[in-house]
Write a protein that binds this ligand. Sequence first.
Ligand code: ATP
Ligand code: MG
Length: 433
Amino acid sequence: METISIIDSKNHVNEKVKIGVWLTNKRSSGKIAFLQLRDGSAYFQGVVVKNNVSDEVFQLAKEVKQETSMYVTGTIHEDSRSHFGYEIEIDDIEVVGESENYPITPKEHGTDFLMDHRHLWLRSKRQFAIMKIRNEMIRATYEFFNDEGFTKVDAPILTGSAPEGTTELFHTKYFDRDAYLSQSGQLYEEAGAMAYGKVFSFGPTFRAEKSKTRRHLIEFWMIEPEMAFMHQEESLEIQERYIAYLVQNVLDHCDYELDILGRDKDVLKRYTELPYPRISYDEAIKMLQDSGKFPEVKWGEDFGSPEETYLAEQFNKPVFVMNYPKAIKPFYMKPHPTRDDVVICADLLAPEGYGEIIGGSERATDAEYLEEQIKNAGLNLDDYQWYLDLRRYGSVPHSGFGLGLERAVTWITGEDHIREAIPFPRLLNRIYP
Ligand code: ATP
Ligand code: MG
């Protein structure tokens, strides 16, 4: 008899198998018990018929508690009524680990309670579906960039300087000097691009975001591609192909999970249709002003969440907003060739209220210009000498972008809050568990 995973049931119909499972729920009558089972690969039902098993096994089926771990042996049958499509008719149960008073019961719990029990909440069906989709997006990311000829270059987490300014920075001691937790791997990816052409990083980034929103984590994972000999237009094409690839792979490989979440697949399919619309920041400001809904909005300001939501709603697809004012963007972005008030950049705004999922730009190539920018930004020039070297020795046009993985997961899964897009979220008021 073979030991299998629940997900492999379809290959073992009418066969006798053994599976290691946890009990998520149960109901029973005098003659039959239905055990809801999970093993991390899927969820399905075990049926225990009193007349077909020993008295001990039937008694155990009636008494076993939520989240008890056990081996069940039995025969796989098709089960057209269930979402999964298969069930196991159980002959024998062997308890592995007892479970008493599991805190997360099938009734409704508040968010704080669930967050306090995140280490257990991860076992729930919706959380399972979100984490499997997150995993698929990571897998598809490596596949996409590998197929496109990118090399993964890992950026450091501990850094001696601060690319995005100093307000949201986590400070730590590095022996007897100061260090910071990385807010972005970008500057290091630029060095990588000058060494290996097309590169990307995937790692954790840290921002002491003081505002409480549904889109900001304190610790989040970012995918940061950087491409040498590439202007912004070509970078935008890579970005939209990458996003469409993520969505398509989730559609192709996570049908079961999307069904668990009740995510509308036709809506997702629309996001695989390219190209995505492109508008300028100037046009975006005009759209917001003409809408009559944002009387306050003025050229020169960054968009808040309601503005981003409104803009993306006008297109029903992700939309690139290009060329923001120089004053609200980081020092390294390439100045516009004919206007000195904007830079060559784009944010990709996701529809359905999810806002910015990508920030990217062409990078400034001139060492003297960058020196000025670094000084103007109030940063310490000594910290950036290595970065300026990239312009001193064979500078080339290059572009790159950063995708916040959890923002993209929240959007593709259709969740309300980014805290559910990462196994153990770090939030303004939470670092436990
Ligand atoms: P926002 O304006 O939403 O704070 P940002 O302009 O600070 O975003 P970037 O610095 O361009 O964002 O970072 C690149 C990407 O990283 C963003 O497009 C977003 O997907 C993601 N991101 C940024 N901050 C966070 C955060 N606190 N939590 C999760 N993802 C984030
Ligand atoms: Mg921010």
